[in-house]
Each structure stands twice: as structure tokens, then as C-alpha cells.
Design a protein around this ligand. Structure first.
Ligand SMILES: Nc1ncnc2c1ncn2[C@@H]1O[C@H](COP(=O)(O)OP(=O)(O)OP(=O)(O)O)[C@@H](O)[C@H]1O
Ligand SMILES: [Mg+2]
Length: 260
């Protein structure tokens, strides 16, 4: 079983959209998939088929201290198992974050309870980095996907956090989302990002901007089914193919600090 965390240093970068899309596209490639919502916005369930924000989820267990989070597991029509975050009040959220701060292995222990085959994958949608939720996800991940729009502020904040992310996880990749090649400013931001990361991180994984993508979400359909010939659908399929190949090549991923 491989764990992948989707993080970003900017809001609205596309983490939840990519978590849900990759969960479905990997399930269609015959992988056993669990999608875990570790963002208090609690929106991943809506992407994966729930009509309303789930009141309970992994964070309810965190607050109640019973750790029986798997009681909130759902399965969608694509065969994706998913666990919502759950709706927390502000005081509950403070209590949850305090528990995460005091129990550094909480999420790793929860993920270790998931019974998936070796080829299975756990995708974790996180709160914006830095946060307790994202920090836990990064530390228990075999691969971190940094989702970033090619915008100056998003790229600058990612560059500032890349060292910490790479210290926490041996495998860090950048996924550029909402790419619009017609905008010069995006080309400049990408050039700045490329110069800052050097050859250490590939920027090959890119998903173009497509205004029809949020419309599919609103309709409850999958964009890559609605517009399979579009550039963004092609990009998402390519990203899923790349990830599927990476998973196939790394059934026993090595964590930072492990002996060679
Ligand atoms: N490639 C894309 N083209 C067009 N719209 C996109 C694309 N990717 C995501 N979006 C849209 O951008 C918005 C934000 O996406 P999403 O909620 O997935 O981002 P997020 O990183 O999870 O945000 P948050 O910080 O709020 O958790 C959504 O309306 C989504 O439909
Ligand atoms: Mg989100």
C-alpha cells in the first residue's frame, strides 16, 4: 500500500479536484483506492458523490478520542472507498489540531490500519500547507504531490516550503494545475519556479485550465467523461498514467531516514 498526500501552499490550487479525479482514474486502472479527507473544509465527499457535507468523518474520531474513524467510510459508484473529514465546530477544530500537535504519529497510525493490497493506494487531501493536517499527511506519505497554480504568490510560497516538504518525505513532485499558456505572467512564474527548484523536481506534470471543470463538478459528473478530448482531460489521464506507473515501480517505497 502506498500513501500519497496532495498539498499546496495556496488556496484553491486544485488539491480536492485532483484527489477525487485521481482516485477515480486509478480505480478505473484496477487499483484499490482509499481517498481520505484531512481538510476541515470537508469537501472531498461532495466531489466523490455525497449530496451533503458529511457530519462525521476522520476528524470526529480525532475529537472524540475513539480513533474508530473507519466507521465513516463510504464507497462510491466507481468503487473508490472514501473517508470524509467531518464537520467540526471552531472549538472542536482547535481540539483536533491540539491533539494532532501532541500526537505526531496520529495520522500515520490511522493510515496503517487501512487494509489494502500492496498495489493499493491511499490518497490524502489536506488543508493548505503549513497546517497540522498537511504536516501529518506529508510525514506519513510515500509521495507528496505539490499542487500549484503557475501564479507568482503560489510559486513563491511553494519554493519557501519545498525544503521542509523534502525533509519530511523522500519523494516530492510538483503538479502544475490551472495552466493557461496564453498568460505571460504564468510563463514567468513557472520560469521562477523552475530556477528555484533546479533539476531536483520535475515540472512535467501539468493540468491545463478548463472552465468546464467546475461545471462538471456542479453537475455531479466527471470532467474527463464529459470532455474526453479536451486538453485538461488528456492531462488528467496522463497524470493518472504517470502515477499508476510510479506505483507499479515502487511497491516498497523507501522513507526518508531509512537505511539503503
Ligand atoms: N484545471 C482546472 N481548470 C479549471 N478549474 C479548476 C481546475 N482545477 C481546479 N479547478 C477549480 O478550482 C476551484 C478550486 O479547486 P479545489 O477546490 O480542488 O482546490 P483546493 O486546492 O482543494 O482548494 P482549497 O484550498 O479551498 O481546499 C474549484 O472550483 C475547481 O473546480
Ligand atoms: Mg480543497
Amino acid at each position: 500500500m502506498t500513501t500519497i498526500a496532495l498539498v499546496s501552499t495556496a488556496g484553491g490550487a486544485g488539491r480536492t479536484t485532483l484527489t477525487a479525479s485521481l482516485a477515480v482514474l486509478l480505480a478505473r486502472r484496477r487499483r484499490a483506492v482509499v481517498a481520505l479527507d484531512f481538510d476541515p473544509q470537508n469537501l472531498l465527499g461532495a466531489h466523490l458523490g455525497l449530496d451533503a457535507l458529511s457530519p462525521s468523518g476522520i476528524a470526529s474520531a480525532l475529537v472524540e478520542g475513539n480513533d474508530a474513524w473507519y466507521a465513516s467510510t463510504w464507497r462510491n459508484s466507481e468503487g473508490v472507498l472514501f473517508v470524509p473529514h467531518g464537520q467540526l465546530t471552531l472549538p472542536q477544530l482547535a481540539a483536533a489540531e491540539s491533539r494532532l500537535a501532541g500526537s505526531q504519529q496520529w495520522l500515520a497510525a490511522a493510515v496503517a490500519q487501512i487494509d489494502l493490497p500492496e498495489s493499493g493506494v491511499v490518497l490524502i487531501d489536506t488543508a493548505r500547507y503549513p497546517s497540522q493536517q498537511a504536516d501529518h499527511a506529508v510525514r506519513c506519505a510515500d509521495l507528496v504531490l505539490c499542487v500549484t497554480p503557475p501564479e507568482p504568490a503560489a510559486c513563491a510560497t511553494l519554493v519557501a516550503r519545498l525544503g521542509a516538504l523534502r525533509a519530511a518525505c523522500a519523494n516530492v513532485e510538483v503538479v502544475v494545475n490551472r495552466l493557461n499558456p496564453a498568460r505571460d505572467m504564468q510563463r514567468d512564474a513557472l520560469a521562477m519556479l523552475r530556477a528555484a527548484v533546479g533539476g531536483s523536481v520535475s515540472l512535467a506534470q501539468r493540468v491545463h485550465l478548463d472552465a468546464a471543470l467546475p461545471e462538471s463538478l456542479a453537475r455531479g459528473t466527471w470532467f474527463f467523461d464529459d470532455a474526453p478530448q479536451s486538453q485538461a482531460a488528456h492531462d488528467l489521464q496522463g497524470l493518472a498514467n504517470w502515477l499508476d506507473a510510479w506505483l507499479g515501480a515502487s511497491h516498497a517505497p523507501r522513507r526518508t531516514g531509512e537505511h539503503v
